[in-house]
Design a protein around this ligand. Structure first.
Ligand code: SF4
Length: 237
C-alpha cells in the first residue's frame, strides 16, 4: 500500500514491506496490525497473509512515479529493520532512496540493534531521516544506538508516549515527535510527560512536534495546543 497519509508529520506512505512482529510494550495496540487485518478482509493483494512479514518487489519503484518532491514515511506498515528482512532487500530500499532523490524519506524502527548492526553496510543518502520509536524510559537505549549510526538526520518518535522520560541525551538528534496512543484500548499519555520531553527539547534546541493528544473528554485532538502553542517544529535540513 502506498498512499497519501493522514499522519501529520509526513505526506505519504510507501510500503515495500508489510507485516511485523511485536517487540516491546509500545507495540501492544499496533495500528499497523489493525490496519493489516482490515486490508486483508478487503482483499488487498499485499495483505493476503495479514500482518505476517511480506516483501513486495513490485512496490519498490513507486517513489519514481511521484514526480513532485514529497516527505515519504517508509514502511508505515512494518519495520524495515525487522530481523527477517534480508539485507539485500534493505539495500534495494536504500538504493531507491538514493536514486529517487527529489523526495525525503522518513524511516522509523524499534529494532535499533539491527539498525546499528547494519549501519556500516548501508549507503546513507542525505535525503534519509532515520528515527527510532521510544515509548518509555526502558527503551531510551534505542536513542544511543541511533546516535552511533551514519544517518545524516536523526529523530525520535515518542509515540505512544507511555511514561515520563527524563535525562534525555539529545546530542546529535535533529527532531522529536510526541503523540498519545489512539484506537480502542489506548493507554493514557499524561500531559506532564509531554511537557517533560518538550522542555528537554527546548533546552537542547531540538525541534519539537506534538502530533496528537486526548482532551479531558477522551477525544483525540490532532496537533493540539500545549501551553497555548501549536508545536509543529520541523528539523532544519
Ligand atoms: S514494531 Fe511497529 S509495526 Fe512492528 S509490531 Fe511494533 S508497532 Fe507494530
Amino acid at each position: 500500500m502506498s498512499t497519501n497519509s493522514t499522519i501529520e508529520w509526513t505526506e505519504c506512505t510507501w510500503n515495500p514491506i508489510t507485516g511485523c512482529k511485536k517487540v516491546s510494550t509500545g507495540c501492544k495496540n499496533c495500528y499497523a496490525e489493525r490496519m493489516a487485518k482490515r486490508l486483508k478482509a478487503m482483499g488487498n493483494a499485499n495483505y493476503v497473509n495479514g500482518f505476517q512479514l511480506a516483501l513486495h518487489n513490485h512496490s519498490l519503484q513507486i517513489p519514481f512515479r511521484w514526480k513532485k518532491p514529497r516527505h515519504i514515511f517508509v514502511n508505515s506498515m512494518s519495520d524495515l529493520f525487522h530481523e527477517d528482512v534480508p539485507l539485500d532487500f534493505i539495500k534495494k530500499v536504500f538504493e531507491v532512496i538514493k536514486q529517487a532523490n527529489w523526495h525525503t524519506y522518513q524511516i522509523l524502527t524499534k529494532r535499533s540493534e539491527c539498525l546499528l548492526q547494519l549501519d556500516s553496510t548501508l549507503h546513507w543518502a542525505n535525503n534519509t531521516w532515520m528515527g527510532v520509536s521510544i515509548e518509555n524510559s526502558d527503551y531510551t537505549y534505542r536513542l544511543d544506538h541511533l546516535r552511533l549510526t551514519n544517518a545524516a538526520l536523526k529523530f525520535i518518535s515518542f509515540e505512544p508516549l507511555l511514561g515520563p522520560i527524563s535525562k534525555l541525551n539529545l546530542k546529535g538528534i535533529n527532531w522529536v515527535i510526541v503523540g498519545c496512543e489512539s484506537g480502542p484500548r489506548a493507554r493514557p499519555t499524561q500531559i506532564e510527560w509531554v511537557r517533560l520531553v518538550r522542555d528537554q527539547c527546548h533546552k537542547a534546541k531540538v525541534p519539537f512536534f506534538l502530533k496528537q493528544l486526548k482532551n479531558d473528554k477522551g477525544k483525540l485532538i490532532k496537533m493540539p495546543l500545549l501551553d497555548n502553542k501549536r508545536w509543529d517544529e520541523m528539523p532544519k535540513h
